[in-house]
Design a protein around this ligand. Structure first.
Ligand code: DSN
Length: 421
């Protein structure tokens, strides 16, 4: 009997060829996009399982379709594991991904037109934190706070408090997609209490690092709602979770279903449960510490080589490099040069970037994926050196080819879990 993989090869060679091409790309180079990771083989198996066949509108014990014996079990397990990891009252594991997750959370607790505070996109916030190009940007009246260049990109809480006192937001959102510092959640909560606002932390990038107790947990500062995607530092399937205090359970659940979504993707819910189970193991805590140590090592290598990093370094898993100031090239040229040497990163706007998003001033780099492969500080130093060489001479094709050989030789010693070598 042919295996599922053999069947795909025989019956759809085009897709099979793309699949094997992507496997080779992922294994022969290294993913340094901070929001990406290499998931567990068990997650891949669960994602490709018969749970994808099932409709399960509703929640465990209250579904609108029959045949829920096993789907109820996995959703309960996912919720319980997440509750233990994040020390919270309730978790909804059905959001399909990050943007619908945040939309469902806002719509649960706010009315269209309400005033909300979120971090400006170019300073590190996410599209759903009020960027005008997102529907969320129009649905609510946003106060977009910024970081302070005079204090290495920290947030000036006096300025934030003043804006909150003047505009009286209903919710203060903190969280980031491209901010290389950790947050101090307490000042956000204090200001929110002063103006009567709800608090929501979108920890999508660092959800795994919080679960692994490497970074602070917003619930410890009394936050009302915490959202996270599951495929970044958590290493799970693509998806999202909304976690909240008990008093918001009903509003959050109704907002996800039937408010915004229909049938949950139960293969994804099952795979989320698997990843959360992995995050409960002691190895995951060690992994999270190594992610941070690797980020520090990579930042140090880049800084020592003369690169300029936004905020002067990193206190989490990522860094944003100003390529214009460092090398006189924009982020698109830098991303292409690193692609040429099998290091995948993404071009990135820097605070108040004078350049447009498709030709921004920087690139964003992160260590969760490389750390999953077992790379440590010495590999980060080597990769940092390769990057500096490539970015100093992005047009030197023979030089880039030689660097690619070196990157691929390094990667060959660190197989990707779940990809046959
Ligand atoms: N696209 C994600 C990231 O790369 O950070 C955020 O949604």
């Amino acid at each position: 009997m042919l295996s599922p993989r053999d069947l795909l090869e025989r019956n759809d060679p085009d897709i099979f060829s793309a699949l094997t091409g992507e496997e080779t790309r992922q294994a022969s180079g290294v993913e340094m996009i901070p929001s990406e990771n290499y998931t567990y083989p068990e997650v891949l198996t669960t994602l490709g399982s018969v749970f994808t066949n099932k409709y399960s509108e509703g929640y465990p014990g209250r579904r609108y379709y029959g045949g829920q014996e096993f789907t109820d079990a996995i959703e309960r397990l996912a919720r319980e594991r997440a509750k233990q990891l994040f020390r919270c009252d309730h978790v909804n594991v059905q959001p399909l991904s990050g943007a619908p997750m945040n939309a469902a959370a806002y719509l649960a607790l706010l009315h269209p037109g309400d005033t909300v505070m979120g971090m400006d996109l170019s300073h590190g916030g996410h599209l759903t934190h009020g960027a005008p190009v997102s529907h969320m940007g129009h649905l609510f009246d946003w106060i977009r706070y910024k970081t302070d260049p005079e204090s290495e990109g920290r947030i000036d809480f006096d300025v934030l408090r003043q804006a909150a006192l003047e505009r009286r937001p209903k919710m203060i959102v903190c969280g980031y997609s491209s901010y290389p510092r950790d947050y101090d959640y307490r000042p956000f909560k204090d200001i929110a209490d002063e103006v009567g606002a709800l608090t929501l932390a979108d920890v999508s990038h660092i959800g795994g690092l919080i679960a692994g107790e490497a970074l602070a947990n917003p619930f410890d500062a009394g936050f009302d709602v915490v959202t996270t995607t599951t495929h970044k530092s958590m290493r799970g399937p693509r998806g999202g979770m909304i976690m909240c205090r008990e008093e918001f359970r009903k509003a959050i659940d109704q907002s996800v279903f039937p408010g915004l979504q229909g049938g949950p993707h139960m293969n994804q819910v099952a795979a989320t449960a698997v990843a959360l189970g992995k995050a409960q193991q002691p190895e995951f805590k060690r992994y999270c510490q190594q992610v941070l140590a690797n980020a520090r090592a990579l930042a140090r290598a880049l800084l020592d080589g003369g690169a300029e990093l936004v905020t002067g370094g990193t206190a989490n898993h990522m860094m944003v490099m100003d390529c214009v100031r460092s090398f006189g090239i924009n982020g698109r040229v830098a991303e292409n040069a690193l692609d040429e040497i099998a290091i995948t990163c993404n071009k990135q706007v820097i605070p108040d970037d004078p350049n447009p998003p498709l030709r921004p001033s920087g690139v964003r780099l992160g260590t969760p994926a490389a750390t999953t492969r077992g790379m440590a500080e010495s590999e980060m130093e080597a990769l940092g050196g390769f990057m500096l060489e490539a970015l100093r001479k992005p047009d030197d094709e023979p030089g880039l080819r030689k660097l690619k050989d070196e990157v691929q030789a390094l990667c060959a010693a660190f197989p990707v879990p779940g990809i046959r070598s």
